[in-house]
Write a protein that binds this ligand. Sequence first.
Ligand SMILES: CC(=O)N[C@H]1[C@@H](OP(=O)(O)OP(=O)(O)OC[C@H]2O[C@@H](n3ccc(=O)[nH]c3=O)[C@H](O)[C@@H]2O)O[C@H](CO)[C@@H](O)[C@@H]1O
Ligand SMILES: C=C(OP(=O)(O)O)C(=O)O
Length: 606
Amino acid sequence: RVSLPGGCTIGARPVEQHIKGLQLMGAQVELERGYINARIKQGTRLKGNRIIFDMITVTGTENLLMAATLAEGETVLENAAREPEVADLAHLLVAMGAKIDGIGTDQLTIQGVDRLHGARHQVIPDRIEAGTFLCAVAAAGGDIMLRNIEPMLLDVVLSKLCEAGVRIESGSNWIRATMNQRPSAVSFRTSEYPAFPTDMQAQFMALNCIAVGAAQIIETIFENRFMHVQELNRLGANIMADGNTAFVTGVEHLSGARVMATDLRASASLAIAGLVAEGETLIERIYHLDRGYDQMEQKLSALGARPAEMARHWVKQGARRLHLVDLNGVGAGKPKNEAAIRAIIDEVGEEIPIQLGGGIRDLGTIERYLDNGLSYVIIGTAAVKNPGFLREACSAFNGHIIAGLDAKAGKVVTDGWSKLSGHEATDLARKFEEYGCEALIYTDIGRDGRLPGINLEATVQIAQKVKIPVIASGGLVSLADIEALCAVADQGIDGRLAVLVDTRKTSTPQRSYIARLFHQGDDAILKKIGEEATEVVMAAKDVRHGDAPAKLIGEVADLWFHCLVMLAHFELSPAAVLAELERREGISGLDEKALRKALARAENDA
Ligand SMILES: CC(=O)N[C@H]1[C@@H](OP(=O)(O)OP(=O)(O)OC[C@H]2O[C@@H](n3ccc(=O)[nH]c3=O)[C@H](O)[C@@H]2O)O[C@H](CO)[C@@H](O)[C@@H]1O
Ligand SMILES: C=C(OP(=O)(O)O)C(=O)O
C-alpha cells in the first residue's frame, strides 16, 4: 500500500502506466482514497510480460524495470524512457544480479531472477544540478569549472548554451563555461531524453529573460510547468505564457523583488534571475529548492566571492581587523592567492590591520607580504616543524609575527590539519611566546567548520600560560560565544583575550527550513502562523471571487504545516488536537459522521 505520489506540482502526476504494467504482470491493483493497494496471490510471483508504454515515463519505466527483475520469465518494456537515470538504475540492478538487455535504449528486456544481492554502485552525477550552475553563469557572466560531471549527459543543454554565447570546454569528467557578454535568446521545446529536459526549462527561461532577442519555449512534458513566469515577471522580465508556450522578450535589466518559489526548478530559475537582478531578491519557500540542490547558496557564494568587495563589506560592518587564510597555499606550502590578497590590501589595508596565514614557509615571503602592506603574518606548520625559522622571523620582523596553533584534544596538528604532532598546545604556546611572537591564534580543529561553539576551556588554558594575546578561533557560531569569551577575557594572565570571527567558518550554517524556524524560536514561528493565517484569508477571498481553489489549499497547507511546527516546538502532539476536536463534536453540534470522516482522512494523511 502506497500513497499516490507527490513530487513537484508541475501538473498532474498520474501513474496509470505504472499500474497498467503491474497488472499485466499479474498484480491486482486498486485505488482507495489516495492510496494504491497492490497485491499478488500468496505464494506466486509477478510474471514477465510485454508492456508497451502509452507515453514515455521515467519513473514508470524505473518501477516496472525493478518489478521485472524479480518476476518469473521475460519482461519486455517497449517505449521505455531513455533518461540516463533509468540506465543508471539498470546498471545498479545488474550489479545486484539482475539480467537486463537494451540498457540505454527504448526497449528493455529483462529475464527475471530469483533474488538480488547487495552491490556497490556509484550514482551518476546530477546533470540538472550541473545544468543549473551553467545557466547561472550564462546569465550572470563569469567562469565556472564543474568537476565530476559527464558532458555527454548534458548534450543538448551544452549546445543550447553555446547558442546563447557561452564558451564551453570539456573533458571526460569536467565542464568549464565562461561567459562575458549578454546571452543571446535561445528557443527550445522540452521533450524526452535525449531532447531538451523539462527539468532545465525554468533555468533557461531565466537566462532568456535578460538575453538579447526573443525566445519561444514550448513545454511538452508537464501541463503546469510555467509557474515561474509570473514570479520572473515580478523581477521585471517580459514573458507571456499561452498554454504550453511561453514567449520571452529579453530585457536589459531585472530588478530585485520579493518572489515565491513554487517548485524545485522554478526556485532555481528565481535564484538565477536574482543573481542577475539589481538590488536584493528575496525568494520565499526555498524549501522547494533544498529538495533538489545540496548547498546551492554555498556553491554560488564561492563563485561570486570577490575578496576585495567582501573585505570592504566587513570594514563597513565595523570589523577592526581582517584575518585571511590562503587555503590553497596551505596545501602547496607556498603562497597561492597573492593577487586576491593584494586586492584586499589595496582596498582596506590603510584602514584596518590585516593578518594572513597559509603556506608561509620562508623569510622572503614574509618580507614581501609586509612590504605589500600586511600588518601581521601567521606561521603555523613551519613554526612547529622548524622552530628556528619562527625565531628568526620574530627577530627579523619583530611585532609582525603571529603563531597559529591548530590543536586536536590539546595536541598540535600541522599541514592543513592532516598531521598530528606529539606537542602539547600549551607547551608550544609558551615556547612561541619566548621566541617573540606578537600573539597566538588558537583553533580547536574538532570544532572549526562545525559550529558547535568555541572551545572556551582550552582557549583559556592557553591564555593562562602566556602573556601575549590569544585569539580564539574555530567553532564560533553566535554572539553568545563572543559574550562567553568576553566574560573570561580577564583570565588571560595579562587580561588580553582577543576574539577572531572567521566568516569562512561561521557563515550560512546549513539548516533545513524547519530547523531554521526552531532555531529562530517561538516568536518567529508565531509570526509565521500569523502571516500564513492572513494568506489563508486572502486566498479564500480570491476563491470567492472565482479563482481556482488550488491556491487556498496550498495556503491552508502552509498554515497547518506551521501549526505542526509550533506544536512540535512546544512538544505537543497533533494527536492531542485531533482528540480535542473529537471531544468538541458533541458540544458544537457538528455533524458527527462528517467530522469522523474528515478526522479519519486527516489521520491517514498524517
Ligand atoms: C523523481 C524523478 O525522476 N522525477 C523526474 C521524472 O518524473 P516522473 O517520472 O514523474 O515523470 P514521467 O516521465 O513519469 O512523466 C512524463 C509525462 O508522462 C505523464 N505520465 C506519466 C506516468 C503515467 O503513468 N501517466 C502519465 O500520463 C506525465 O503526466 C508527464 O506528462 O521525470 C520527469 C520528466 O523528465 C522529470 O521532470 C522529473 O524530475
Ligand atoms: C520535478 C522534479 O522532480 P520530482 O519528479 O521529484 O518532482 C525535478 O527534478 O525537477
